[in-house]
Write a new protein. Structure first.
Length: 395
């Protein structure tokens, strides 16, 4: 053994197989010379009845003196009962955000979320979360990392907010699974970007134009009765697109649509006579359980978007999305005085706050009622004063 110095180490030759040279000053500090000629400093010690080795770093990147100082620190940890090699392996084996994403989808989303929700999760996770945070060890992610991640998506505020919401749920589960300490969710209390809500409702005139366009498309044979009926039903029931496209005959009664499962669970949707008549007139296909038939023998209509694009262009409402038909239903209900609690049940909203987004649409009715009250009071004030009032004034 001899003292490992820069000159001595650089003079060590390569051999057909790897070999070790140990330092004469610090027991357990040495260098490994590989057959390739590469040289790497290390420490060797005993822990748990076994001989352990921990790499310090390659010669050239570290000098002999730098490696010796690091060896002293590591061997000092061993003297205190530590195990630097095992600590390093534990860090290397620590689960990453990528593995948390996998477990989140397999153990949580697969059992607790609807297919459409899972599809949205996969898109955000694969396109945003994995590329930017996937390599982080779960225990190393800090709030500043999530803040930076959110800020870097500021040009997509809606997606940024949804991504942080997913991350918050994932890190809550990481605590439940013992992957992070409790109450250490780095995605908690992240200030969300303001989202400009898209509010588009069909006016009375636009509803007339849409009705004319649908009638013309059907009479001219430009669209199938099933596609046209689906659009009518969206507007007449306020249902979500998927609820109409996957509607089965067994769910239809003369007064309700009895959906065993939907975005918010089991739903009983009021079916007005106008909507029931549309459904009743649709031809059935033997062996096919669906109301809105598609091109396949036993399937339902899958893509209504192409029909909608053609119909809305004909109606002159090209800025209207298909989901705006549901908004229109809600706006008409609120404007006509339907109670928000009742509308919540009709629309199948999870909470009242979602329904109350339409509350501003009742402004006209409120103004009209307030005006009526004020007119009554003003009329009373302008009427001829009573004899009692006159006597009071004289006194």
């Amino acid at each position: 053994m001899t003292k490992l110095t820069k000159r001595f180490v650089e003079g060590l030759p390569s051999k057909p197989s790897d070999y070790f040279v140990w330092d004469s000053e610090i027991a357990g500090f040495g260098i490994r010379v590989m057959a390739s000629g590469r040289k790497s400093y290390l420490v060797q010690y005993r822990a748990g009845g076994r001989t352990r080795r921990r790499s310090i770093g390659p010669h050239g990147v570290l000098t002999a003196d730098e490696a010796r100082n690091e060896a002293r620190k590591l061997l000092g940890e061993v003297a205190k009962g530590g195990n630097p090699s095992e600590d390093r392996n534990r860090v290397l084996r620590a689960p990453t955000v990528n593995s948390l994403c996998d477990r989140f989808m397999n153990e949580y989303a697969e059992h607790h979320c609807k297919p459409s929700t899972r599809k949205g999760y996969v898109s955000l996770i694969d396109n945003w979360i994995r590329p930017r945070l996937g390599a982080f060890r779960i225990e190393d992610v800090r709030r500043k990392d999530i803040v930076e991640f959110h800020h870097n998506m500021r040009d997509r505020p809606y997606m940024a907010n949804r991504a942080v919401s997913i991350l918050s749920k994932m890190f809550n589960l990481a605590e439940d699974w013992g992957l992070r300490t409790d109450s250490a969710n780095p995605a908690r209390r992240i200030k969300k970007f303001r989202e400009v809500e898209k509010k588009r409702y069909l006016s009375d005139d636009e509803q007339v134009r849409l009705g004319n366009a649908l009638a013309h498309a059907l009479e001219a044979g430009q669209e199938t009765p099933y596609a046209v009926s689906a659009i009518y039903l969206l507007l007449l029931t306020g249902c979500r697109l998927g609820e109409i496209l996957t509607l089965k005959w067994e769910f239809v009664t003369s007064r309700h649509l009895e959906l065993p499962d939907s975005k918010t669970g089991r739903r009983r949707i009021p079916l007005p006579p106008e909507a029931y008549d549309i459904i009743s007139e649709l031809p059935r296909r033997a062996g096919n359980p669906y109301v809105i038939l598609g091109e396949t023998e036993f399937g339902h209509l899958v893509n209504l978007q192409k029909t909608w694009l053609r119909v809305r262009k004909m109606a002159g409402i090209e800025d209207v999305r298909m989901h705006d038909l549901r908004h229109t239903y809600a706006s008409v209900a609120v404007t006509n005085g339907v109670d928000p609690f009742m509308l919540k049940e009709i629309m199948g909203h999870k909470n009242l706050q979602t329904t109350l987004r339409y509350a501003h649409l009742a402004d006209h009715a409120v103004q009209s009622a307030a005006g009526s009250v004020a007119s009554r009071i003003a009329g009373a004030l302008r009427s001829k004063p009573s004899e009692k009032v006159v006597k009071l004034r004289v006194v």
